[in-house]
Ligand binder design. Sequence first.
Ligand SMILES: C[S@@+](CC[C@H](N)C(=O)[O-])C[C@H]1O[C@@H](n2cnc3c(N)ncnc32)[C@H](O)[C@@H]1O
Length: 419
Amino acid sequence: MAYSLLRSAELVSAVGGGANLTDAWEELLRAHPEWSDATRGAVRDLTWGTLRDYGRADPVLRRLMQKPLVEPWQALLKVALHRMETRPENLHTLVDQAVEAAAHGAPGLKGVINGVLRNVIRQADQVERWRGADEVARHRHPDWWIARLRAAWPAEWEAALAAGNLHPPMALRVNRRRATPAQVLDAFTEQGIAARELDNGALLLERPCPVDRLPGFAEGWISVQDAGAQWAAQWLGVQAGRVLDACAAPGGKAAHILELADVQLTALELDPRRARRIAENFARLGLAGEVKVGDARRPAEWWDGRPYDRILADVPCSASGVARRHPDIKWLRRREDIPRFAAQQAEILDALWHILRPGGTMLYVTCSVFDEENRGQIARFCARHADARRVATGGRLEHQLLPTAEHDGFYYALLSKLA
Ligand SMILES: C[S@@+](CC[C@H](N)C(=O)[O-])C[C@H]1O[C@@H](n2cnc3c(N)ncnc32)[C@H](O)[C@@H]1O
């Protein structure tokens, strides 16, 4: 336990210093090929959990300490507090393990760490009151994030924040070229895997499960894809013709389109490393689509001059709708990042509009919950382009999916270009 606490503290501390969690985690795994599944699981759970618990430690540590410890020891306290709150059995053993974690790297801090954590145990009721009185600790999101959501969604914001703190659900997309949802569910039942079908055909697992234990995964029957992302192919409404997925990696939505319709699809991606993952996914699923590396803002560099019938613009965004999967997002994003994302999205949309044929449609998608990237973005786009018309999908002109227990947060709006 001491070892896992320390490794997790180092990761939490790295994210606090601006590191991307996925990159830092992969680097750590490469450095420790000897780790057992149990060690990997323990470090991951502690780290992801502590980061999901944004703001829970601060009001406590602020009151119990005169000044923060140097890193990673302040992060060690946060990891320990997370563990104490989520697994309140054997608290004293946990404190001993946290002290043990400090013993080698910072023996001089053993006393402070011991004192702070034992105070947390002694003053448990007070600790709860401090957390209850602190909005950030209550909602586990940055204050500016809470304020934006509350202003935009006065009735829904609290439920959306609470759902954003849950362990993410695991949903699957069924490759309709190879199987039906009923066939997949039958195969799951035989293996004792509980799942159910949602409105849009996505399968929601009762409990997340490693993909290699899922029957049909290796055969390309299914892919992991959040249920909220599985509206894209349906709402883009593809049957035939030329389709561009302009921001395509790792290729989940592009593959879904190819599973549903015989179209000529180009999957464009700016990052060459990520573009390779699109090709790998197409190969596993037995799909034929063209993969191109290029910048959606600069069609002159990669476009063949023939307009597209349909464009999917699943643009880079704050990823605020999927923060429970990447909890470092809550620590790394700043309020001033949102207008930067919005400007980049507008640039992509404007460039893509020129290569859409008159009469064609473009589906705008983000995994953001912020208006500036969503409703506001589309309103500004329509004000700039007199030939843009909004088209209803699923009976509505736009869909802001806020995170729930079933799906992540997404925004969708379909635009058609006047012929
Ligand atoms: C939200 S993700 C796309 C997810 C993908 N559609 C799927 O369903 O699997 C956005 C992607 O756009 C890429 N991207 C960012 N800026 C881009 C640009 N200017 N042109 C093309 N791709 C870009 C990012 O590297 C990232 O892979």
